[in-house]
Design a protein around this ligand. Structure first.
Ligand code: AMP
Length: 546
């Protein structure tokens, strides 16, 4: 067979040749949008790549972005990696200090930014010595007035001055293509460097029928940010299959997502649970007839456990099938995907939701296994939870800057830090992050299961469960609830609702109400903060300390 290397540029050229007129719709904020297509994205990505070469960008250079989901960010995905450089998508929701750390750790050569981040760039620029130039993602007349020591360039000028017939270099397939840092709830964020090979292989999973099933007939609303693990690989996969992409820019409010879904005939969407909570809050405020204006068929929920309430609402209100997927920055991210087996198709809905609330089955390419506290591998179907480990060609080997293989154990497994069980059908159930699991009297209580049960209550908007110190049991669960706007609900009412949904001894010992919960930069509950906040909380019935 031909020794053709797997390359990101070939995904784009495929889309430009075979799906040239398929639209890319980009919402730029402030009511402005841009309509382009795969042919134009390819032309502009080639121009960009040639312009970066003229600037003196070397192969392997790091190009950072502080940007929302737009057509320009999409062009950078292909133009930078296709040219042999590394696209480093920086999460702008991180603390300024973390962004500074990340850009310096990666020693980024260029930084491209959306205009909304101009003040942040002005603040950071003096402490980013590796950055040779900043590039504003705008037209010349929109260029912000920034006084920087390094040059400030205009993106549209770069593209206009580039060569649309630029030939993509032939790169070995293990050439590095992009870089993402973990959101890091503790310690410094760590970098994961993807390759052309890992990215293209991962794409096939997004397009496979028992993967995410992405295809040319889909119009995809990308509600997951392009700075969160390469937007779960969808920009590349959409080029592979020629899907239409709808990019929401900075606004992922329920109202905006609904409008885009309706106007662009979206059939497929992806996002973290918090985004969908906002979406349903808006949808449920509309007259029922509005729901029939959507053509949505499938939605991928990942990044945190998909609460059963979300799975049910999608099905009941919109007839949409929720595919739950589990993965992490270290796994590119797709690793397990929740598609049904034949025997699940005939299950009563309530039971089927239970299957969908699990994190799905292994897909070819990622081996998964659960290990107990003694390091013994548990057989599939074992009724016990343990640490989930993974290995495969799109799983990290070492964090950026570390020795190859240094993130793995002796057998090549990467320990995910997630606690999981694998049922007899091979469905993974993540019960916790190992540091979030509640250890009560030698037994483990899943904070995720309790949170899912609590958000099933019709008056609960969001819920978090943490373990707090207990004299007798070592730790017991504390439920922290954000009620729906305008709703009044009591702790006993919520616990009463939960009692048939979880084991009795798991029921939280106390319920507290808050106006909002802290989240990480990728929308996960920030439990470290909650643990600090409630460190001194005394549970009813637990004698005062000392
Ligand atoms: P990140 O690298 O920021 O995407 O975070 C990865 C972590 O998010 C995983 O290790 C899990 O703890 C969590 N996660 C991702 N997807 C899911 C899911 N479907 N259910 C439960 N936890 C998830």
């Amino acid at each position: 067979m031909q020794p053709k290397a797997l390359q990101i540029s070939s995904l784009l050229e495929h889309a430009a040749t075979h799906h040239p007129d398929v639209e890319i719709v980009s919402h730029l904020g402030a009511g402005r949008s841009q309509r382009t297509d795969w042919r134009t994205v390819a032309q502009r990505a080639r121009r960009l790549a040639s312009a970066l070469g003229r600037l003196g960008m070397e192969p392997g250079a790091r190009v950072a972005t502080l940007a929302w989901n737009t057509h320009r960010h999409l062009e950078l995905y292909f133009g930078v990696s296709g040219a042999g450089s590394i696209l480093h998508t920086v999460n702008p929701r991180l603390f300024t200090e973390q962004i500074r750390y990340i850009v310096n750790h990666a020693a980024d050569d260029y930084l491209f930014f959306d205009l909304g981040f101009a003040p942040l760039v002005a603040e950071l620029a003096p402490s980013l010595p590796s950055v040779k130039a900043f590039v504003a993602l705008c037209r010349r007349e929109e260029l912000p007035a920034l006084s920087l020591a390094q040059p400030l360039l205009c993106y549209e000028d770069l593209v206009a001055g580039g060569d649309e017939h630029f030939d993509w270099p032939a790169l070995p397939e293990d050439t590095a293509s992009s870089l993402c840092y973990t959101s890091g709830t503790t310690g410094h964020p760590k970098g994961v460097l993807y390759s052309h090979r890992s990215t293209v292989l991962h794409c096939w999973t997004a397009c496979a029928a028992d993967g995410l099933g992405l295809r040319a007939r889909d119009s995809v609303l990308l509600a997951v940010p392009m700075f969160h693990v390469n937007a779960w690989g969808i920009p590349y996969a959409a080029a592979m299959c020629g899907a239409k992409l709808v990019l929401p820019g900075p606004d992922v409010s329920g109202e905006r997502l609904f409008a885009l879904m309706k106007d662009e005939g979206c059939t497929f969407s992806l996002g973290v649970p918090t985004v969908w909570l906002g979406f349903f809050q808006y949808l449920e405020s509309l007259p029922e007839a509005a729901r029939h204006e959507l053509r949505l068929e499938r939605v991928v929920v990942g990044g945190s456990a998909a609460p059963r309430a979300i799975i049910e609402k999608f099905e009941r209100l919109l007839g949409v099938y929720v595919i739950q997927a589990w993965g992490m920055t270290e796994t590119s991210p797709l690793a397990t995907i929740g598609n049904l087996l034949p025997r699940h198709e005939v299950l009563p809905l309530a039971e089927r939701y239970g299957v969908q609330a699990r994190q799905g089955r292994a897909i070819f390419g990622v081996e998964i296994a659960v290990f107990d506290a003694e390091g013994q591998r548990l057989p599939i179907g074992a009724p016990r939870a343990g640490e989930l480990k993974v290995r495969g060609p799109w799983v990290v080997s070492a964090y950026y800057g570390n020795e190859p293989g240094s993130a793995l154990d002796a057998d090549g497994w990467f320990a995910t830090g997630d606690v999981a069980m694998i049922d007899a059908d091979g469905f993974v159930q993540i019960t916790d992050r190992s540091k979030d699991v509640i250890k009560s009297g030698g037994e483990w209580i899943s904070s995720i299961d309790l949170e899912n049960a609590a958000v099933g209550h019709p008056l609960v908007k969001e819920a978090a469960v943490i373990g707090v110190r207990h004299d007798k049991w070592q730790e017991r669960p504390l439920l922290i609830v954000v009620p729906k706007e305008g709703a009044t609900v009591s702790g006993p009412e919520i616990l009463d609702f939960m009692k048939d949904r979880v084991a009795r001894w798991w029921l939280p010992d106390d319920v507290v109400f808050v106006d909002e919960l802290p989240h990480t930069a990728t929308g996960k509950l920030l439990k470290t903060r909650l643990r600090e906040q409630f460190a001194a909380h005394r549970l009813p019935g637990d004698p005062p300390a000392g």
